[in-house]
Design a protein around this ligand. Structure first.
Ligand code: ATP
Length: 138
């Protein structure tokens, strides 16, 4: 009998950025990290900005995503994300600059709530990118 395996795909509005087999996937669900093994119950999960880990044998791919949905069905994990970058694709200097820009934004006096929320989200995206960039896929 062949071993059960997951088919994982990462889809963004720009492209299908990744399609691989895996034996374990961890996604940043709103309720906390969700680990998915083969034969997981079908479900639709809302994702927040965070790290996705896709493990196959001893190799782990790390992604930074900025929110979306995961659909788990028949050993297929489809990740629909607003943005997604694999660890090795992340430009850390760009993320540091985005972090600085957003931090400067929230220090401004009289900042309106919408701008503040946008700057806070940008800080979160940049911090995740820096955290994931430090874990180049092994
Ligand atoms: P920036 O201000 O640097 O554009 P951002 O958080 O506003 O950062 P997003 O709107 O989340 O950027 O993403 C826009 C596009 O740029 C997406 O395709 C995303 O994958 C890509 N991207 C953003 N930051 C980086 C980065 N540091 N390294 C690689 N790609 C990035």
């Amino acid at each position: 009998m062949s071993e059960k395996i997951l088919e994982v795909e990462m889809v963004t509005p720009e492209k299908i950025s990744f399609r691989e087999q895996a034996d374990f996937v961890v996604v940043p669900a709103f309720q906390g990290e969700l680990g998915v093994l083969p034969d997981h119950a079908p479900c639709l999960v809302q994702l927040k900005a965070g790290e996705v880990r896709v493990k196959k044998d001893e190799k782990v791919h790390h992604f930074a995503i900025s929110g979306g949905f995961a659909e788990i069905k028949k050993n297929r994990v489809s990740l629909f994300a607003e943005t997604a970058e694999m660890a090795g694709e992340i430009d850390s200097e760009r993320a540091r600059q985005a972090l600085e820009r957003a931090r400067a934004e929230i220090r401004k006096e009289g900042i309106d709530p919408l701008t503040l929320a946008g700057a806070e989200a940008a800080i979160r995206r940049a911090q995740i990118r820096l955290q994931v960039a430090a874990k180049i896929s092994r």
